[in-house]
Design a protein around this ligand. Structure first.
Ligand SMILES: [Zn+2]
Length: 265
């Protein structure tokens, strides 16, 4: 490859990484300004992403990604809907991350284990679902820690992603999550499934907002979401988008340059 082509590829790579909206590492990101500012920054540098640290915050989203989207289901495990949702996902060979509430894991240990044993990912959605951004550090640590401990005691696996309830986050939340070894995960496509009982509307919300590299917010506590899921999965397929877990999206992100080369860029 010639120097010009190589430079063009590197430039493209840098822009691509910039649009990932990944704020990398507490030391790298937080000293230079707020996380909110970082979200809008296009200057997260390629070297930072390859320092081997976990990202502090993931919004998802990159127009240049190979066609992956992360599906996320919050608020379970749910005795009515979680298992049927796992079935639908498996039938469509779709991956997903379930952000579970620690206190519910305590009530539904079998369903929690089923999520993992069927090949899906589990994330931390706090222990009792408070607004984490309003808690003092002690309570914040407690909410994160109790949920992770419950998940680990139930499944033998510790979560590495935190979805703050209601998406309520601030720098303190992201820092606390990072101190527990977790990346805070937000979303780019909101199904607004908590606002409607109409499966068509939920599918439409997702399919109109979703883009390659995005993260979709759903709830496995909502019956209409389960009913909307086949249409969502068919719609994603039609758009050439492959649903995966957050972990897989991140792994693909970190191997981005290789993925770009595969695409012949
Ligand atoms: Zn929630």
């Amino acid at each position: 490859m010639g120097t010009t082509a190589k430079r063009a590829m590197e430039g493209q790579m840098m822009r691509w990484i910039g649009t990932l909206l990944l704020a990398i590492g507490a030391s790298a990101g937080l000293s230079g300004g707020s996380l909110e500012a970082l979200r809008h920054s296009r200057e997260v540098r390629a070297e930072e992403i390859h320092r081997g640290e976990r990202p502090l915050l993931m919004f998802g989203e990159s127009a240049r990604r190979p066609n992956l989207v992360a599906l996320t289901f919050d608020d379970g495990p749910d005795s009515e809907n979680t298992l049927p949702i796992l079935d639908i996902l498996r039938r469509h060979r779709a991956g997903a991350t379930f952000f579970v509430i620690g206190a519910k894991v305590e009530v539904e240990p079998e369903i929690t284990r089923e999520i993992l044993s069927q090949g899906f990912e589990i994330g931390n959605h706090s222990h009792t679902h408070p607004n984490l951004a309003r808690l003092d550090r002690t309570r914040l640590d407690e909410e994160i820690d109790l949920a992770s401990t419950q998940i680990e005691a139930t499944t033998g696996t510790s979560p590495t992603f935190l979805r703050p309830p209601g998406g309520q986050w601030n720098q303190g939340v992201a820092e606390a999550a990072a101190s527990h070894g977790m990346t805070t995960v937000l979303w780019t496509a909101n199904s607004s499934d908590f606002n409607t009982e109409d499966p068509n509307k939920i599918a439409k919300n997702v399919l109109s907002q979703v883009r390659p590299g995005g993260i979709v917010l759903l709830h496995d506590t909502v019956r209409a979401t389960r009913e909307a899921l086949p249409a969502i999965l068919k719609g994603l397929k039609k758009k050439g988008l492959r649903p995966v877990s957050v972990g897989e999206l991140l792994r693909e992100t970190q191997s981005g340059p290789a993925a770009l080369r595969q695409q012949g860029r």
